[in-house]
Design a protein around this ligand. Structure first.
Ligand SMILES: C[S@@+](CC[C@H](N)C(=O)[O-])C[C@H]1O[C@@H](n2cnc3c(N)ncnc32)[C@H](O)[C@@H]1O
Length: 223
């Protein structure tokens, strides 16, 4: 009989979290950054009961709706954080503790003056590298070809190894769960640029400091 409790109870946004305690078991830990409407997070948790998934979405309404759907579907292996991944990741996750990180269709922030808001750049790449366990997977999907190339270059420069060769796209795998946004692209047969990277054993290549933990403000748990 399943005795593991649902992920619940108060969680401290300001410090390191023992995810094994939150989920009530030891299982491969996956993180989705920018879960949006939650299509991937909910589908991945449902399709893979053997993993525990933490979805991070800065838009509180979307995060709350995903958490409500997870609860109504009885998903015990999905926890939703309603805050900025850049702030929370270095606080709440130990180095080398994550098995898989998913980033799907991050906002491209076209205008040069908004480039600072882009999710995947050098410093964030270093942070992701430090959080993944050696051998862990970082998977990125985008509908913007040029952003895919830029992200690939930034991540390979940090030390990630592109699983399909430097600069190469990962093939479409129909067994993988599509994100909410991806469903539309697939239906319209529009291109999707996929990348898969392995975190290797050594330190990141860049000397630049990773994003430092900062004050979290008023973020509240919404479960
Ligand atoms: C274009 S949407 C894609 C959503 C989802 N991944 C999908 O494919 O359907 C990008 C999402 O990332 C979220 N986001 C952007 N920057 C973020 C950050 N620093 N932390 C958490 N979420 C973020 C946005 O609020 C938005 O919901």
């Amino acid at each position: 009989m399943e005795t593991r409790r649902a992920p619940s109870g108060p969680i401290d946004y300001a410090g390191r979290v023992d995810w094994r305690q939150i989920f009530g078991r030891q299982a491969p830990l996956e993180v989705e950054i920018g879960s949006g409407m939650g299509g991937f997070a909910l589908g991945q948790a449902e399709a893979h009961p053997e993993i525990d998934l933490v979805a991070i979405e800065v838009r509180k309404k979307l995060a709350r709706e995903t958490a409500e759907k997870a609860r109504s579907r009885g998903l015990r292996n999905l926890y939703v954080l309603d805050t900025d991944a850049k702030v929370i990741l270095p606080r709440m996750f130990a180095p080398r503790s994550i098995d898989v990180i998913h980033i799907q269709f991050p906002d491209p922030w076209w205008k040069a003056k908004h480039h600072d808001r882009r999710l995947v750049e050098d410093r964030f790449g270093i942070l992701l590298y430090s959080l993944l366990r050696p051998g862990g997977l970082l998977e990125v999907r985008t509908d913007v070809e040029g952003r895919g190339v830029e992200m690939d270059e930034a991540l390979e420069a940090v030390g990630f190894v592109n699983r399909f060769g430097a600069g190469q796209l990962a093939p479409y795998d129909p067994t993988e769960v599509p994100s909410s946004r991806e469903r539309g692209y697939l239906e319209r047969n529009e291109p999707i640029y996929r990348y898969k990277f392995t975190r290797t054993e050594g330190p990141p290549h860049h000397a630049a400091a990773p994003l430092a933990p900062t004050t979290v403000g008023t973020a509240q748990r919404r479960r």
